[in-house]
Write a protein that binds this ligand. Sequence first.
Ligand SMILES: Cc1cc2nc3c(=O)[nH]c(=O)nc-3n(C[C@H](O)[C@H](O)[C@H](O)COP(=O)(O)O)c2cc1C
Length: 331
Amino acid sequence: MKTRITELFGIQHPIIQGGMHYVGFAELAAAVSNAGGLGTITGLTQKTPADLANEIAKCNDMTDKPFAVNLTFLPTVSSPDYPGYVKAIIDGGVSVVETAGRNPIQVLPHLQDAGIKVIHKCTSVRHALKAQQIGCDAVSVDGFECGGHPGEDDVPNMILLPRAADELEIPFVSSGGQADARSLVASLAMGAEGMNMGTRFICTKEAPVHQNVKDAIVAASELDTRLIMRPLRNTERVLVNPAVERVLATERAKGAECTFEDILEDVAGVYPKVMMDGDMDVGAWSCGMVAGLIDDIPTCQELIDRIMTEADAIIRTRLEGMLSGSVTQVA
Ligand SMILES: Cc1cc2nc3c(=O)[nH]c(=O)nc-3n(C[C@H](O)[C@H](O)[C@H](O)COP(=O)(O)O)c2cc1C
C-alpha cells in the first residue's frame, strides 16, 4: 500500500508506533521498523542526550530501516536539555521525529535543516493547522479515545479525522483507538494516510515491558480507562486501578482547587515501576480505550502483516463486494 505517509518516511506500510514513555526503547522501535512500519524511540525516557545517543546507536544496530524519535514537550518547570536531545538525534542519523505536547517551533528548523522529517502529534484541528503553518511535514491526529494525553476538547476520531481532512493540506495519520485492519481502512476512508498506534504495540512480543503490563491490557475492556488530571488541564487517559481511583477521589474532593502536589504520589515516577517491575497498582499509567480490542500478544511482524492482509480483504472483498452487489461478512 502506498500513501503520502509511506512515501514521506520511506516505509513499506502506513503504520506508526507512537512514542511511549518507558515502552519506546530500541527493541520495540527496531521490531516495528523491521516489520515495515515506523518504530519510535521515546526521547525523554532516556535520562540524558548521551543515553539517547546510545539508544539510537543500538536501534541502528538492530535495523537498517527508517525509525523515529519522539520528543515530548512537557509542562515542567525545569526544561529537559532539548538542544542536546536534538543533537543526539541529528548525529545518530535518525530520519523522522515525532513531536508532541506543544508546537515544535523551537526544534523544527534544526531538524529539517538536517534533512529530518517532522510529524507533530496533536489533538485538535487548530493545533494541526498551526503545525502545518510552521512547516511540519505531517501530523498525527490524536482523538479523544487515545491513551496518554487527549487534550481538553474531547473530540473522538469519527469527527476529528474528517474535520482534519477538510482543513489540512499536509498528510496526516489517525491516532487513538487504532488497533487493526478495520481501524486502518476506516482511517484511510476518513482522509488519513496511515495510522499511529500506542496501546496496541505495548501488547507485542518485542515490547520491552513487564508481562504484567501486557496481561493487564489484554484483560481490560473498553470500559476500563479513566481520565485523570482534568482539573489541572493536563488530562491523561489511564487504565483504572486503586491509585487512579484515589486520584479521582482527591480531584472530586478538591474540585477546582486541586493541585499537582495533591496527586503527586500516584502520578510521579510511576512508569519505571509499572513498565519494568510490573507493579501494576503503584500509580496511574497511560492506556487507550482500544484495550477493549486487544486480546493477543503477537510479534510486531505478525501484527503488521495481519493488519495489511486483512485491510486488503476488507477493501477488495467486503467493500468492493458491496459495490458489486454481493453481501459478505468479514470476521
Ligand atoms: C503507556 C503510554 C505512554 C505514552 N507516552 C507518550 C509519550 O511519552 N509521549 C507522547 O508523545 N505520547 C505518549 N503516548 C501516546 C502514544 O504515543 C499514542 O499517541 C497513543 O497511545 C495513541 O492512542 P492509543 O493508545 O489508543 O493507540 C503514550 C501512550 C501510552 C499508552
